[in-house]
Design a protein around this ligand. Structure first.
Ligand code: HSE
Length: 419
């Protein structure tokens, strides 16, 4: 049995889960764990304080260590630590989606140069096996489409808004009180977290590098409880969807934004903090993987799997785990959101005047936009009417022009609708 020595950088939720899980694997010896504060009380059974250091350099330069496990998060100083570790001949296991999205190209090139691997199963959708299956079992496919729920916090908020009929602000407050959402929730609710994850996922699945700066991103903060209710009435749920599509000419449309998804679609049934990824490829068709996208033990499951994968291959080949290398010579060509084609849900508060619906219809018709539903239930005493429209597929830039022309109305929300 191969034995590997590892150093862990970070002993928060994920690091603790990794430490506890590794107790069952005598082939992995933890040599050092880097933490911010050695004296912080920690309730981790079997943790010998002598393992701790507050100097992560001791890990990344330690000649005894084979694998560096980076579970501290954030770009700095993790990025420099990973680089130094690679330069010192370590393999890397990381859960750091932000670094992979922003600096993946540089790190994977450095890993190639030093004939080392960076494994990151935990970085995308926590405990769901995703990267390894794409690189191995699905390797015979041309993957052309991914639709996914990659952020548990936002899925929790949208699920609660839907089931309890309450506002975004109210659910966020409750989620923060319960510890489900961060005190500063920006990274989750504005879609950054999901955008980091879909950047790397699309790159792996398409075999072409997708750049984070080309990923279109919108969060969930503008979703109103009225939109939830209306979507339900029309047969949909609202979800924060991370999507990626590539065509035969290498044009990649990669984005994160809220979407109306039909109630019978698989992603509509993914609730609370659960994540799910729907992958479409040829010849496999469509497969859906779902499970816990975060949390101590689901994330540890993926980190430990990566450590064991490297351990089982170490010293066997001159180039270990060949399928795990991550080398993309070609960049995908980004598609601008204005050039994409989508269906749209548009909520409009219009003056209650004769011909208002005809006016909306005419503005759309003049741009060759066909309407698939139009809903107005009543008019209000303040002489306004709420009108909800769902369009057929049309170009995004034309929808922006429609909104400009609806100047006598208030456009409350525009949300894209899944095909
Ligand atoms: N904050 C993320 C989420 C988990 O809410 O899903 C870590 O990526």
């Amino acid at each position: 049995m191969n034995k590997s020595k590892i150093g862990i950088i970070g002993l928060g939720t994920v690091g603790s889960g990794v430490f506890k899980t590794l107790k069952s694997f005598p082939e992995i010896e933890i040599v050092k764990i880097a933490v911010n504060n050695i004296n912080k009380p920690r309730n981790i059974e079997g943790l010998d304080k002598a393992l701790l250091t507050d100097n992560a350099q001791e890990i990344v330069t330690n000649p005894d260590i084979d694998i560096v496990v980076e579970v501290m998060g954030g770009v700095n100083p993790a990025f420099d630590l990973i680089k130094t570790a690679l330069e010192n001949g370590k393999h890397i296991v990381t859960a750091n989606k932000e670094i992979l999205a922003k600096h993946g190209q540089e790190l994977f090139s450095l890993a190639e140069k030093h004939n080392k691997v960076i494994l990151y199963e935990a970085a995308i959708a926590g405990g769901i096996p995703l990267i390894m299956p794409i690189k191995t079992i699905l390797a015979g496919n041309r993957i052309t489409k991914i639709n996914a729920i990659l952020n548990g916090t936002t899925n929790y908020i949208l699920t609660k808004m839907d089931t309890d009929g309450v506002s975004y602000e109210d659910v966020l407050k409750e989620a923060q009180e319960l510890g489900y959402a961060e005190t500063d929730p920006t990274g989750d609710v504005e879609g950054f977290d999901a955008a980091y994850k879909i950047t790397t996922l699309a790159t792996i699945a398409f075999g072409k590098r997708v750049k984070y700066e080309n990923v279109y991103r919108e969060g969930i903060t503008k979703i109103r409880k009225e939109d939830m209710a209306k979507a339900n009435e029309l047969g949909y749920k609202i979800k924060l969807i991370a999507s990626a599509k590539i065509d035969e000419n290498n044009n990649a449309d990669v984005r994160v934004h809220p979407m109306l998804v039909l109630k019978n679609a698989s992603l509509a049934h993914i609730n609370y903090v659960t994540n799910a990824v729907e992958i479409t490829g040829n010849p496999v068709g469509t497969v859906v993987l779902s499970g816990a996208g975060a949390g101590e033990f689901p994330t540890a499951s993926s980190v430990v799997g990566d450590i064991l994968a490297i351990n089982s291959e170490i010293d066997k080949n001159s180039s270990i785990l060949p399928m795990m290398h991550c080398k993309h010579d070609l960049d995908a060509t980004p598609v601008n959101i204005d050039d994409t084609f989508n269906k749209y849900y548009i909520s409009i508060t219009a003056p209650n005047a004769i011909g208002v619906i005809a006016m909306i219809g005419t503005i759309c018709a003049n741009k060759n936009i066909s309407l698939s539903s139009i809903l107005q239930k009543e008019v209000f005493e303040n002489k306004t009417a709420d009108i909800t429209v769902i369009t057929e597929r049309c170009q995004e830039k034309l929808i922006k022009e429609v909104v400009e022309e609806l100047k006598d109305c208030t456009v409350n929300s525009i949300i894209r609708v899944a095909d």
